[in-house]
Design a protein around this ligand. Structure first.
Ligand SMILES: Nc1ccn([C@@H]2O[C@H](COP(=O)(O)OP(=O)(O)OP(=O)(O)O)[C@@H](O)[C@H]2O)c(=O)n1
Ligand SMILES: C[C@](O)(CO)[C@H](O)COP(=O)(O)O
Length: 226
């Protein structure tokens, strides 16, 4: 079986702020994108989907790794589609679609998705909602939402390659994630174990949390050149 990672990295990181998009920020001695690419270095192929303005930074992040770099689109789904089209010639069985903004993804989460793809066309990690859920209007609780059966989706979201390619080609666009695209095409998606370490760097405070996780797991001191 041939597996590839499709890393979506064409966003601008507006919510994270800072002088550059979050995926190029250095944490624990490497860029966010470098950590993410290295998490998938054991797969057969990798594609990094970037904003065209970021090519120099992307090439630096991919240095020494076998990574295809392609231009993204106006939203996440369009970027995924561009990445899938770039992988058609590779001859893949599966593809794992992952946010570059999740650099702490544990190997066990990746392996769980790969294993589940032996039994179905789609698999994705998630964590059950464990807090009460409110609907809020103007800063006031306007209602409560039953959390039963609700999960917090993570990535990588994995699929049989041809199935997700066809699903994206027939989807109208704008999906929040690839499970939404897959289900629109009638594909079943197995839920695998997520991990609290697999956070998506979204807000400014997420960088420090991600750095602590990376230092704990990889043993680097912050800022150490590696
Ligand atoms: N046109 C886009 C928009 C987003 N993404 C990617 O989709 C992932 C999840 O999106 P998000 O966390 O929202 O990243 P940004 O869009 O960069 O963040 P923001 O919404 O704060 O600008 C990120 O890895 C981001 O790079 C992408 O590849 N192409
Ligand atoms: C794909 C995702 O990470 C699953 O939780 C999430 O939908 C990305 O959301 P964002 O607003 O594009 O960061």
């Amino acid at each position: 079986m041939r597996h590839a990672a499709l890393i979506v990295a064409a966003g601008r990181g507006a919510r994270a702020g800072g002088p550059e998009p979050k995926q190029w920020r250095q944490i624990a001695g490497k860029s966010v994108a470098r950590w993410t690419l290295e998490a998938f270095s054991h797969l057969d192929a990798r594609v990094l989907v970037i904003h065209p303005a970021d090519r120099v930074k992307a090439e630096a992040a991919a240095e020494g790794l076998d990574v295809r770099i392609v231009a993204g689109g106006p939203d996440r789904a369009a970027s995924v589609r561009n990445g899938l089209e770039a992988l058609v010639a590779v001859g893949l069985d599966t593809v794992l679609i992952h946010d570059v903004a999740r650099p702490c993804v544990p190997r066990a989460v990746i392996d769980g998705v790969l294993s589940a793809l032996d039994t179905g066309p789609g698999a994705a990690p998630a964590l059950p909602v464990t807090d009460a859920l409110w609907r809020v209007t103007d800063g006031t609780v306007a209602g409560t939402v039953n959390r039963q059966g609700l999960f917090r989706a993570q990535t990588p979201q994995g699929f049989h390659f041809r199935a997700i390619l066809d699903a994206h080609m027939t989807h109208p666009g704008g999906a929040a994630d690839d499970v939404e695209v897959a289900r629109h095409a009638g594909l079943s998606v197995i839920v695998t174990d997520g991990c609290e370490d697999n956070l998506k760097i979204t807000a400014p405070e997420d960088f420090a949390r991600a750095e602590r996780i990376l230092e704990r797991v990889h043993g680097h001191q912050a800022g150490e050149r590696v």
